[in-house]
Ligand binder design. Structure first.
Ligand code: SAH
Length: 364
């Protein structure tokens, strides 16, 4: 864990517990720009806090997409490790456009520096795992975006834990970060999505953990056939799909509301997981699950868009071909016919490598 997080812990441990709440509250007050400015705290205490940086992230590179309203920030952490956060804008949608309402953004937040999961289609895992982020470093990604957007009259409306890392391997820090964000902002639990490649021990723990906020879950499924899933996601354990069906039942017993659907993410990789056999396997699996939605994701090539026929890029990464749009449409239609709510997610920010699976700390 980051040392400044430990330092903060030590300082707060010697204080009554409401002090921690005051400090956390101040983090989200955009009129406050340092611990010395928290006027609700006694002066001696503020001085102690001054050894801790007000925000643990330093912008190393900022990139703005030329084709859509996406920005990517490459941050340097205090110990020199790097992470990425993506800020994705959209204008107010017609239905909920309120006169003068600020633009609403979704931020894609990292939970680890690097990632140990090594999914073969994802760039983040290729660079390896560096370390878990502290709750503060996760919160600071929100605070950075909050302050940035406030200057533009815009705001963070959704958080997706789909940046670098596997959030469930950093369970306690993710839990604390989300709890603090929920306690100090106007975001509701269903505006936050935690995405996982599937970590059964942590998913089980969540079901009986009263302190983990009831946010939404997305599961990176990518195949309903074990052999294929194992091949593209080395973290896959045999029997996972069967186990998932049981977990989903327990999950819905605990959260019966339909707003707590499970989001299944399915990257379409040409010739790997997009044939009829895989489609039918997905339908069969989904029929066993109470509430869910399916998100079909066109694969983003992790680099070298300019070299369309090569299967290995200049960094030695395996590249896949994208499933043709007609086939994605076929899947979409068949899944809808089966009665499943299904969307196709076209990633934003591809020109700045800010799209899903492209986050790997390169400051091109
Ligand atoms: N480790 C978590 C959080 C990262 S989420 C998880 O796996 O869910 C990143 C999302 O982007 C996941 O749904 C992932 O499967 C998807 N993704 C990764 N590489 C991609 C690529 N090359 N093209 C499209 N989506 C990708």
């Amino acid at each position: 864990m980051a040392s400044q997080s430990k330092q903060l812990q030590e300082i707060l441990d010697s204080q009554p517990s409401y002090r921690r709440k005051q400090v956390e509250h101040a983090w989200f007050d955009i009129t406050i720009n340092g611990y010395d400015e928290i006027s609700t705290l006694p002066k001696e205490f503020r001085e102690k806090l001054m050894v801790i940086p007000w925000n643990s992230l330093e912008v190393h590179t900022a990139l703005q997409s030329k084709v859509d309203n996406t920005r990517k920030y490459l941050f340097k952490l205090i110990d020199g490790n790097m992470i990425e956060t993506v800020v994705m804008g959209r204008k107010n949608l017609k239905d909920d456009a309120v006169e003068g309402a600020p633009d609403r953004y979704t931020i894609c937040v990292s939970s680890q520096a690097g990632c140990p999961m090594k999914c073969v289609f994802c760039a983040t895992g290729k660079a390896g795992f560096k370390r878990h982020l502290s709750a503060e470093e996760i919160i600071d990604q929100y605070r950075f975006a909050q302050r940035l957007l406030a200057k533009e009259g815009a705001r963070v409306a959704n958080i997706v834990m789909m940046g670098q890392g596997e959030p469930l391997l950093n369970y306690e820090q993710v839990k604390r970060a989300l709890s603090v964000i929920l306690a100090n902002t106007d975001l509701g639990e269903t505006k936050i999505t935690v995405s996982t490649a599937g970590v059964p021990a942590a998913m089980n723990k969540f079901l009986t953990d009263e302190d983990f906020p009831p946010v939404r879950w997305a599961l990176s499924l990518h195949s309903a056939i074990e052999e294929t899933r194992q091949q593209i996601m080395p973290s896959h354990k045999k029997g996972f799909l069967e186990w998932l069906v049981k977990w989903a039942e327990d999950y819905h017993r605990r959260f019966p509301s339909r707003t707590h659907f499970i989001g299944f993410e399915y990257i379409m990789l040409s010739g790997i997981n997009d044939d009829e056999k895989h489609l039918q396997a997905l339908i069969t699996l989904c029929k066993k699950i109470p509430y869910f939605r399916i998100n079909l994701i066109p694969y983003n090539r992790i680099t070298d868009e300019a070299r369309p026929h090569e299967t290995i890029n200049t960094d030695g990464f395996q590249l896949f071909d994208r499933t043709p749009p007609e086939l994605i449409t076929h899947w979409h239609e068949e899944l809808m016919k089966a009665g499943f709510t299904t969307t196709v997610r076209y990633s934003q920010g591809q020109d700045i490598a800010a799209a899903c699976g492209q986050l790997r700390n390169k400051a091109e």
